[in-house]
Design a protein around this ligand. Structure first.
Ligand SMILES: [Zn+2]
Length: 461
């Protein structure tokens, strides 16, 4: 069966950033069979099922190259509790821990994350988490394309950014290695290759040299992607300096961890020397712009790109909205560079789509061309904030909203159509996540009234 989306605008993100008007795209199985003028494409496939693409633009789907669906539990709380940029540093991302979640509660939170991802036009997600096996089937059911990166670490006590001495736990290291191998055996290549499994080393201050080397060897033997948080917060930099006598990027390079199949999340608290070193390895930077802005930190994206890094984008914590991520990234770089023209909207769109796909091992996805994977979205253009539509890519990057996304296709299969998510029961998913999430926080607030709770809770404590 062939599907044609006809009479539409197509933002290709091809080598020339072509935008086609009154165009059509034909999809056969999981791939794009043709792109061109509507009359031509329809003549080539006379028996195709035709979708009216008027009042819409077709774009590649977004690649979220760094997220943790389970941290949606901290939405509305952690955004305002970022770690300090100067000593005294503390352990973790917030002075308040996330509540312990049952397997069922965690699955409900992760599933609402998948729904939000779909609604913002995301088609590919790198999920960095521990014990992903417990919710992998729900992720698969969502219809999205995934790299499920199972997390390992071996610092016995403490979390990211703390200054506790590094006490190695071989048991933690072995457990992480085993979970990665098990998830890979169970899920890698499933759903016609829509699910891949990768390796997540937590962070430089959470992994010993021995574990980094074991994970590098495992990456070679599994032939998969790796990811790590890198130069995320200043507490991490201080901890690595104190423990290893090196800066975080140097520490990873010393231990052979960095290569062109590693996605480094953040790269914010970094020296110019580290930027050059990272670029020389060909690693990808996941520019997690929205959370970076919330933390009051910014990576030097232009410098990282010039050094040789691939720039991709991610949402990281508490949100899955890639439209917001893309625009925030453009804004942050323009402010940081004091440049009202660069990066261009075409660059930002490329970071959020094609570059992310390439970084996650799908170079024939994230841009629209004959033979490529049919991972695409349709956005409504007949909106008050999008007309007059003169330069569609610029207009959408500067003015578009997740709510404009009307349809999402992954591997040639509709995941959302005409504003309705087809793979999950959205109303039920939202209700469960709200009920279970509020319940989990209520337990923690009752058990730990001593924690430095911010104001604004409903109901108040
Ligand atoms: Zn993260």
């Amino acid at each position: 069966m062939t599907t044609i989306i006809a009479n539409t605008i197509i933002a290709t993100v091809d080598d020339d950033d072509r935008v086609l008007a009154d165009a059509a795209i034909a999809i056969e199985g999981p791939r794009i069979a043709a792109i061109g003028p509507t009359a031509e494409v329809r003549a080539r496939f006379p028996n195709a099922d035709v979708v009216d693409g008027r009042r819409h633009m077709v774009m590649p789907g977004f690649a979220n190259t760094h997220t943790h669906f389970s941290l949606i539990i901290a939405r509305g709380i952690y955004e305002d509790l970022s770690p300090p940029h100067k000593p005294p540093f503390y352990s973790g991302l917030s002075p308040i821990p996330v509540p312990e979640l049952s397997v069922e509660e965690n699955a409900a939170i992760c599933t609402v994350g998948a729904v939000e991802a779909i609604r913002s036009g995301t088609t590919l997600v790198l999920e960095d988490g521990a014990r992903i096996a417990a919710y992998a089937s729900l992720m698969a059911q969502s219809g999205l394309r995934y790299v499920l990166a199972e997390r390992a670490w071996d610092k016995a006590k403490g979390s990211i950014g703390d200054q506790l001495p590094f006490e190695v736990s071989d048991a933690l290291a072995d457990d992480g290695m085993q979970r990665i191998s098990d998830l890979h055996a169970a899920w890698h290549g499933r759903e016609s290759g829509r699910i891949a499994v990768g390796i997540a080393a937590w962070a430089p201050d959470m992994c010993s040299p021995g574990l980094l080397r074991r994970l590098t060897d495992l990456q070679s033997s599994l032939d998969c992607l790796s990811t790590i948080h890198l130069n995320q917060v200043w507490g991490e930099v201080e901890a690595v300096k104190a423990t290893r006598g090196r800066l975080p990027t140097q520490y990873l390079a010393d231990n052979g961890f960095l290569n062109e199949r590693v996605v480094c999340a953040h790269c914010r608290c970094m020296t110019c020397e580290e930027e050059r070193l990272l670029g020389s390895t060909g690693a990808t930077v996941a520019f997690n712009s929205a959370i970076a802005a919330r933390r009051g930190l910014s990576p030097r994206i232009h410098d990282l790109e010039q050094a040789g890094c691939t720039i991709a984008m991610g949402s990281d914590n508490m949100a899955e909205d890639m439209v917001e991520v893309m625009r925030t990234g453009l804004f942050m770089e323009r402010i940081r560079r004091q440049d009202g023209r660069n990066p261009t909207p075409e660059q930002a769109l490329r970071w959020a789509t094609r570059n992310g796909y390439a970084a996650l091992g799908v170079p024939d996805g994230g841009w629209l061309a004959e033979g490529n994977r049919a991972d695409l979205i349709m956005v409504r253009t007949d909106r008050a904030h999008l007309v007059p539509l003169m330069r569609p890519v610029s207009t959408f990057v500067h003015q578009g909203q997740a709510g404009d996304v009307d349809a999402v296709m992954v591997d040639g299969a509709w995941v959302m159509r005409e504003g309705r998510v087809l793979t999950l029961d959205e109303a039920d998913v939202v209700a469960q996540a709200d009920r279970m999430g509020r319940g989990a926080w209520a337990r923690l607030r009752t058990a730990r009234p001593d924690l430095p709770w911010p104001g604004g809770f409903v109901p108040p404590a």
